[in-house]
Design a protein around this ligand. Structure first.
Ligand code: B1M
Length: 208
């Protein structure tokens, strides 16, 4: 049994096997970040590669995502760390038109684990909903995820709308196609390439 088996089980869309193997690795003391990066995320990268090559299609991509999510659920309790005092409140969601939520869930989980209060709006979130929720909860920051090049511009719409309304919520953006250059271009306060650095960026932005 090894991390490679978790990788293989995700690619075989075998959620039960993923859960079993993740549990085994946890009880063996394997680092959570290794299970996550080499096993679960590594497998999703391969799924993306196969999809791009036309060797795998949307239904299979969905099945792989379900298997990965099942594994993530097992990891979740082990990703909690630090004290329970709130470090700030963040509203998070995947932008309008975009249904990808695995990376966003990971960011939300790690933020929760690091002591932030996280209000997760799910997927396909409109600008107004981000803003209204941030106002209702007196949030410190709005976090937006996008996995499609076609939905990335939605992040800019939210940043622009905040400016127009004179609202000062910090904004952070991320997701596979998003870059630091893009974040700067739309005027977002922060960008991070992955979930651990999103936590660091949130700490920085909220304490600034
Ligand atoms: Co989609 N899909 N998909 N898909 N899908 C991609 C994104 C794609 C790159 C695949 C490919 O072609 N190689 C491609 C996008 C191409 C592009 O825009 N340039 C694509 C496409 C085309 C599509 C459809 C259009 C396919 C179709 O219908 N023809 C369709 C769109 C639906 C929609 O959203 N409207 C679609 C559908 C789907 C499924 C529903 C089947 C499924 C999603 C299931 C789900 O999420 N519940 C799916 C999947 C699984 C993928 C891939 C294979 C995997 C995504 C994933 O979960 N990665 C993906 C290929 C790939 O990215 N390798 C692909 C693992 C996850 C942990 O990584 O989300 O990048 P990621 O998150 C990272 C970082 O980006 C960062 O932290 C995370 C981990 O550390 N991060 C943030 C994420 N959000 C952040 C926010 C932050 C900070 C960091 O601050 C706020």
């Amino acid at each position: 049994m090894s991390i490679k088996d978790i990788y293989a089980a995700v690619l075989e869309f075998d959620s039960d096997q993923v859960v079993k193997l993740v549990k085994d690795e946890i009880s063996r003391g394997t680092e959570i970040s290794v299970i996550l990066n080499d096993g679960l995320i590594g497998a999703m990268d391969e799924v993306g590669r196969l999809f791009s090559a036309g060797d795998l299609f949307v239904p299979e991509m969905l099945l792989a995502a379900q298997a990965m999510k099942a594994g993530l659920e097992e990891l979740k309790p082990h990703m909690k760390q630090g004290d329970s005092r709130t470090k700030g409140t963040v509203v998070i969601g995947t932008v309008k038109g975009d249904l990808h939520d695995i990376g966003k869930n990971l960011v939300a989980m790690m933020m929760e684990g690091a002591g932030f209060e996280v209000i997760d709006l799910g997927v396909d979130v409109e600008t107004e909903r981000f803003i209204q929720t941030a106002q209702e909860h007196n949030a410190d920051m709005i976090c937006m995820s996008a996995l499609l090049t076609t939905t990335m511009p939605e992040m800019g719409v939210t940043v622009e709308t905040l400016k127009e309304k004179g609202l000062n919520f910090k904004t952070m953006v991320g997701g596979a196609p998003v870059t630091k250059e893009f974040a700067d271009q739309i005027g977002a306060d922060g960008y991070s390439p992955d979930a651990p650095s999103a936590v660091e960026m949130a700490r920085l932005l909220i304490s600034a």
